[in-house]
Design a protein around this ligand. Sequence first.
Ligand SMILES: [Zn+2]
Length: 550
Amino acid sequence: MKRSLSIILSILAVTLILSSPLIAQVEKAPDRSRGEGPFTRLIIKGVTIVNGNGAPPQGPMDIVVEGNRITSIRNAGYPNIPLDPDRGPDPQSGDKVLEAEGMYLLPGFIDMHGHIGGRAQGADAEYVFKLWMAHGITTVRDPSAGNGLAWVLDQKDRSSKNEITAPRLFAYTSFGQNLTELPRKSPLARNAAAEKLRGPITNANEARSWVQANAARGADGIKFFGASPEVMQAALEENTRLGKGSACHHAQLNVGWWNVVNSAKAGLTSMEHWYGLPEALFDDRTVQHYPVDYNYNNEQDRFGEAGRLWQQAAKPGSEKWNEVMETLLNLDFTLDPTFNIYEASRDLMRARRAEWHETYTMPSLWEFYQPSMRSHGSYWHFWGTEEEVSWKENYRLWMHFVNEYKNKGGRVTTGSDSGFIFQLYGFAYIRELELLREAGFHPLEVIRSATLNGAEALGVADQIGTIEIGKLADMVIVEENPLANLKVLYGTGAIKLTEDNEVIRAGGVKYTIKDGIVYDAKELLEDVRKMVDKKKAEENYTIYQPGMKK
Ligand SMILES: [Zn+2]
């Protein structure tokens, strides 16, 4: 999602001043009350492993976790033959046994683009974290640290100690963001906020010193939105020198002089979404074919014309297409497409009417999604057939590039960018898996993208990303085969007709294990449902359809 700092600030300012003085700053997560463990030994018995390294499913297997580490993975028998109940290891006191025969176990999912709520959305950390954890997401990269670096680092620290129910967090600050937030009410904080508004970074020296300060204050990396070539070059070089990661949403305002290939060559480690890639692929023009009455500050202009962008790029298989592909591959560059966040552009009704909104979408978030001249991403001024059809073509070409990049050995990760455009935390991550499948990934390639590839991109593949002895015990357990139907990973499960002609919901993640702690995923979802119900009751609120009577 496009959020240059000034735009966020102005949205926040407008929201706070005009509409709702009652909107509080996003609350941090409360002390952990969910999850069991870690255990001296956690023994998971008879499970089928779907690993993150491209290996085919294998089961039945017994897995032993001691504390937060995987210490043993063993064959437990043969499919369709009753398992020997006396097979080891013998449970001792303090051990926890999970009987998981017939279930599937995957490495914990990594969301490479997860904003931890926001004041405008009214999405507190507990709400967001539980939706993520309920969908098996055990690691999240927060691209822009929207609640402030100190806030995110605090939650990261508490999550690493498992004092809160939350995924592992990686804080990628917004380039140029103020790095010294203090509690909001203090006078110093107001000064800091004023400093933040002083202006953008305009030269190489300022860029380098900000990058140094960012690393020194403990951020894991930087999220860029584009800047001048001088600033981008200096910032990326310095960040690379410091060994930090980086992500960039190449916003239209700077893509004319700095696209994805420029960034990758200067040291960027991952690109977000897709902007800047078709521009790098231009071979018969140098700027997007903007209509002469286009205005970037008009959201429908912005998203409507974006839908016509891939058609203006070099064709698949052309010389330019191959050259850009090779350049990015040679730089070991990561694509984090976040297909799902634009899906409303090709099918607005699907995104708007997703069946989980009624139960799990907060009233404030629902309001935030609605068409508005002000809210970013709420570009449904008059979104019609023409826009959806051009976006479908956009997706076809974009998916073609991403799938070919994967086939040639390129790293593609899974990111959601939820909290905008009708995409809900956790649920939208599963939708992203389905869209990678649609792009041409084998289901095992989808799972690898969601696990090992993310771990590699974050530089922690020695710790997480696969089910391996010695790695941290981050796992997802589900009662259905997710390779056969990724929809079984949705919190609402998949509709299934039984042999008795009864309609049931199959799946939904059963257990999310993080650091050897076992969470009942459905219990987490239930917590979320109660939070939403409470808000709705307080406000006497029902989800409505825009333009119809509330
Ligand atoms: Zn984003």
